[in-house]
Design a protein around this ligand. Structure first.
Ligand code: ADP
Ligand code: X2W
Length: 297
């Protein structure tokens, strides 16, 4: 394994376990150069003494494949309605396509990345979930919510100096394979690993207040303030912010939504704290006093 060039994390927030879970969203992944830059940045984090874990999305890539196959794409509350046929495509595109490419980009820099899915070694166990649309619960098929994470395999890889790259597919106790939103998968893994941070890279600057009417980014907010906002959030931002909330409530010190379209967003966000975006902190965090505390969206 390649020697690290530095052994100490550069920020106090990442000094305990050094684990940073980074969710790379499908919409921020559409550009090949960005994917390569992202991979190099993840290796840089490793060289800086941190222990990055990547959970990737691939929503647009799944939709493109469904389209090629003449299959319908439909979302409810930001979650893909997943038939058994859709599930086959989801599994194939995520673990056979998106993950493989990301592993390849990271491994261009050394023998770092190991790809796996939530199914492997029973890392993530899911139960079937529905979506809340207004006051109704809607059946969305084979979509899972993670109820248990066994982080042993991920920890083993980290202890051996690897960078795990995890696809958001999970097994149910019933043996069924479920499609899990990548933001929620990253959040559950971050909590189970005792990660210092969850970083979610997406295709907007952060959480906008009053989107789509305004694009004013909310820079900081507490878990309680975010909780109040969740019912008003739409489409892809809903699982993302729900994931951030679950993460900080589960002990992750901060959860950040950063603009993955900006080159080096993850490096600047984690090492220099200079990436613009939205940071969610726990209600009792030392950062609490600076956090946004309104519930307006
Ligand atoms: N309040 C909001 N602030 C920012 N973006 C929002 C908001 N509400 C909904 N969105 C939408 O959520 C999208 C990001 O979610 P998604 O498309 O699922 O991204 P990803 O592929 O990164 O998971 C944005 O491109 C935007 O269209
Ligand atoms: C249940 C559900 O919606 N699963 C997602 C999994 C991929 C994902 O989350 O990708 P992004 O992060 O790019 O959105 C999907 O099928 O699109």
């Amino acid at each position: 394994m390649t020697e690290r060039t530095a052994t100490t994390a550069t920020t106090a927030t990442t000094a305990r376990t050094g684990i940073v879970v980074v969710k790379f969203g499908g919409n921020a992944m559409v550009d090949t150069d960005l994917r390569r830059t992202f991979a190099r940045d993840i290796v840089e984090l490793w060289h800086a003494g941190l222990r990055p874990v990547v959970v990737h999305g691939g929503g647009p890539q799944i939709s493109a494949m469904l389209d090629r196959l003449g299959l319908e794409t439909r979302f409810e509350a930001g979650l893909r309605v997943t038939t058994p046929e859709t599930m086959e495509v989801v599994r194939m595109v995520l673990s056979g396509g998106v993950q493989r490419e990301l592993v390849g980009h990271i491994n261009a820099h050394g023998p770092f990345a190991v790809g796996m899915t939530g199914e492997d070694a029973h890392t993530m166990t899911a139960v079937r979930r529905s979506a809340r649309v207004g006051s109704r619960q809607v059946d969305i098929g084979l979509v899972g919510d993670i109820v248990e994470v066994n982080p042993d395999m991920v920890r083993t890889l980290l202890d051996q100096g690897h960078i795990p790259v995890v696809s958001p597919v999970a097994r149910g106790a019933d043996g069924q394979v479920y499609n899990v939103n990548a933001d929620l998968a990253a959040s559950a893994l971050a909590v189970a690993l005792g990660a210092e941070r969850l970083v979610v890279l997406t295709d907007v600057e952060g959480l906008y207040a009053n989107w789509p009417d305004s694009t004013e980014v909310i820079e900081r907010l507490t878990a309680d303030a975010l909780d109040g906002m969740l019912p008003g959030l739409a489409s892809g931002m809903l699982p993302k912010m729900e994931g951030c909330l679950r993460a900080v409530r589960g002990g992750v010190r901060r959860a950040q939504v950063l603009d993955g379209r900006v080159p080096h967003a993850v490096l600047r966000g984690v090492l220099d704290e200079t990436s613009p975006g939205t940071t969610v902190v726990a209600d009792n965090s030392p950062d609490h006093s600076q956090a946004h505390s309104t519930s307006a969206v």
